[in-house]
Ligand binder design. Structure first.
Ligand SMILES: [Zn+2]
Length: 496
């Protein structure tokens, strides 16, 4: 077992350390005028390294010359201009204001910059941190409020190292009963949202936080969501990895999002517990979204599953298309739908992921991995008015987007979380303030026809001759949507 990146160094009257929640630093040394910082590996054989989060303490306010060595995983976006973040003790996180240079070193990418200290204690990190303690504090705050609707926080299970893996339940009081610790509803479907299976993917926690704040808030759309669904939220699936300051893996060096097909209750208790929850709820689940962050593919987008029935595929594509309608930052063009159910030993095999297991277990089409690039996207969507007062981050015409796609900071992820909630409501056509009415599509059926046409233009669907032919006719698409014609996507029919 790797000891992780908790270390302390005293160099030239300056203390460097990572001995706090989510902190990570393998080594610090002074070379000339520079302080060299080495990142830690998640596990001894892992290539996952580049998360760093350390504290510098010094009595005099110096101009620090820092060189971060051995950055592997995030090199693409660092070369594209992603700047690390810093925070004075008691202050707020922000990107390093000084120029950040990069070069290829013998251990991988290196970043170098000078930073003028304005406080005696400064924290530096690869990206906006969101620690296990941050999550616990946030949940304790939520719990301290009494709500006029159903809210429950429980420990779904304890992690391998004994940390909490929380489960939050949110719904209106109507049609809800507690039976032997379980929530039972006759008519309400369940929505399951999880995050931070990959330890360093902190953007997913900002999305998650916004999802919870929206669901527990006064927005009329939140009320409609509570009236129609029971939400099951698991904010941190890998609390040990997060606390240790890992980039991706857990304490045992496992990628937990590859263990859904072979889960050991002893080695991966949190995944085991979430699987049990999914299996218990099964047909009651309306959708399941696992939140992540992506280091190389730009934008905010989803990975979904490939359906055999095209009508089901349209249902599956509805969520990302509504995200595109609701969020200026969502990138439909980056979305894909793949069949990952085949058990192979090939690298890139996704049979053990939440989205594959979630679909196989429930049979529902609405199972997704939602990915946020850490740094930026390449386009801004046109959004339509919701007839409610929205934040400037939700409005493509606001100053936020006046220079094109913005850098992704926490506000963009918060906007994404809110759009996730609104899009779920749009899918069941119960949004009293839907942007759909103010869009060219006007109603759900017209929108679904648009979704089908869009699907028919992307791989693998565009290789199906029958489908391509059918999708040229709005009449045929209506027949598919109404279940009068069924299109089965058999592998032999594809012309590719
Ligand atoms: Zn991930």
């Amino acid at each position: 077992m790797d000891i992780g990146g908790k270390n302390y160094f005293y160099l030239d009257n300056i203390e460097f350390d990572s001995e706090f929640d989510s902190g990570s630093l393998a080594k610090a040394q002074k070379i000339g005028q520079e302080y060299w910082i080495y990142t830690s590996r998640d596990a001894s054989k892992s290539s996952a390294k580049s998360w760093f989060y350390f504290r510098v303490k010094c009595r005099e306010l110096r101009c620090l010359q820092l060189r971060i060595k051995s950055l592997g995983y995030h090199s693409k976006m660092l070369q594209e201009g992603l700047k690390p973040v810093f925070k004075d003790e008691g202050g707020k996180w922000g990107r390093i204001p000084e120029e950040v240079g990069s070069c290829k070193g013998e251990l991988g990418l290196e970043l170098f910059f000078e930073h003028q200290m304005t406080a005696n204690v400064v924290y530096f990190a690869l990206y906006y941190p969101y620690s296990y303690t941050d999550c616990q504090n946030f949940l304790c705050n939520l719990e301290s409020v009494s709500y006029p609707f159903y809210f429950r926080r429980e420990n779904l299970t304890s992690s391998f190292e004994g940390r909490r893996c929380d489960l939050l339940l949110v719904s209106s009081f109507e049609d809800i009963k507690e039976d032997q610790g379980r929530v039972v509803s006759e008519n309400k479907k369940a929505v399951v949202v999880s995050a931070r299976v990959h330890a360093g993917e902190t953007p997913s926690s900002y999305v998650m936080q916004a999802v919870l704040e929206f669901l527990l808030g006064n927005d009329p759309r939140a009320e409609a969501l509570r009236n129609h669904f029971v939400f099951y939220i698991v904010p941190m699936l890998n609390p040990d990895g997060v606390s240790r300051g890992n980039l991706r893996l857990d304490t045992l060096g496992q990628d937990l999002n590859r263990t859904y097909n072979s889960t050991s209750p002893e080695k991966c208790p949190t995944i085991f517990a979430l699987k049990n929850l999914l299996q218990e709820l099964r047909q009651e689940i309306y959708c399941f979204i696992d939140l992540h962050a992506h280091a190389s593919i730009k934008g905010i987008f989803t990975f979904g599953n490939l359906m055999k029935d095209f009508k089901q595929q349209i249902e599956s594509a509805l969520f990302p298309k509504f995200m595109e309608l609701n969020s200026p930052n969502f990138h439909w063009k980056q979305c894909s739908f793949k069949d990952n159910t085949e058990q192979t030993d090939k690298p890139g095999n996704r049979v053990g992921t939440a989205r594959t297991f979630g679909h196989l277990c429930t049979g529902i089409p609405r199972v997704y991995t939602l990915e946020c690039n850490y740094n930026s996207g390449f386009k801004v969507n046109e959004t339509y008015p919701s007839n409610l007062e929205e934040s400037p981050y939700s409005d493509h015409k606001s100053y936020v987007y006046s220079n094109g796609p913005p850098l992704y900071d926490t506000e963009i992820f918060e906007e994404t979380g809110k759009s996730v909630c609104v899009s779920i409501l749009d899918m069941i056509d119960k949004n009293p303030f839907s942007r759909l009415k103010n869009s060219p599509f006007k109603d759900l059926e017209t929108f679904k026809i648009h979704v089908a046409e869009q699907l028919a233009g992307i791989p693998p669907f565009r290789y199906y001759n029958t489908l391509r032919h059918l999708c040229k006719s709005k009449y045929s698409l209506k027949e598919i949507l109404r279940g009068k014609v069924s299109v089965v996507l058999s592998s032999t029919e594809s012309s590719k």
